[in-house]
Write a protein that binds this ligand. Sequence first.
Ligand SMILES: [Fe+2]
Ligand SMILES: [Fe+2]
Length: 372
Amino acid sequence: MEAAGGAGGASGGGGESQPPKTLVDWALEILGTADPDEKARLGDLAATEWLRGAIPLPYDPSRPARPPPDRPARSAAVRLLPPSRAPKLGKGGSAQSRLALLHSLAHTESWAVDLSWDIVARFGAPLRMPREFFDDFARVAQDEGRHFAVLSARLRELGSHYGALPAHDGLWDSATRTSHSLLARLAVEHCVHEARGLDVLPTTISRFRAGGDEQTAKLLEDVIYPEEITHCAAGVRWFRYLCLRSRNGDPTASSIPQTITQCSELPRDGTGDIHKVEEVEGDGPKAELAQASNGDDKTVQQVEDELAKCKLVDIGDDVEAAVIRTFHSVVREYFRGPLKPPFNTEARKAAGFEPAWYEPLAVKEVEGQAVE
Ligand SMILES: [Fe+2]
Ligand SMILES: [Fe+2]
């Protein structure tokens, strides 16, 4: 891979005629990089360059976007096992169990790197998301890469390495299930899963501490935990944004999942569902990409203006309630089973993820009745 993001930037590497390398180009390259260390390093470079303004465009509206891979490249050095055969981690009572826990955490962080770049590459251009969307997920991706790097380094300090143990091969399943809908992706991966991480992390930290591994406990507590709160916050923020953009009349998207309109009472000019666009347009996501790519600066500006119109905070109670109903509808459709308490209410609240968003999802609905 060329050092395109180096000091200058963002050129596509090669001759003068190459178009500037966009953040989405970077995201695609990172998703196609198998080596986990290189994946994290490139992600850090891309995010740094983007956030300092050295990459001029999130995507190039003048050329058709390439879709991201269905499944990101992964190193063959890490043996993946079906979830049913994934090794038991134990409760950290032994050095071996703590090593397995650490390995599993590093594995999850590496997938989180891919997840962050996938949302940028898959949804950013087709849905003409504003720059702040790219800012947020570049930051998230950078954090996840750092988390992987520190945990991987800690494994090496303990005489092991990432890839020394087999790993769970189910972590991309829910990304696949939500690959056609940004609303679903945000709800399931960036709200529900990130918040679940906040729920379990304090126990994991205490297990390392109780086992005498204060160094790993401090890494999790001081570096990873506070940043995971911001990841959940990004999920909530952009879920709310999409809902509000839909209410205000989205200039690019043309449909919203049926169940969402039924359950949320949001208007039907919604946004976020690429699969529905495929059905409506008849030519699939490529048609939507091409359609989006033909937009001129005015159209892009329209979308930028939407962000300003869609206030991300201080919306009315009725609107917030409709957003939350949409969230419930999406999670019930795309997340299997009820959410599992106990919840880390404090950390979730710090992310703007209030109990009204998730508590009704902690019970299973059977024929209209709530069941524990
Ligand atoms: Fe992380
Ligand atoms: Fe995260």
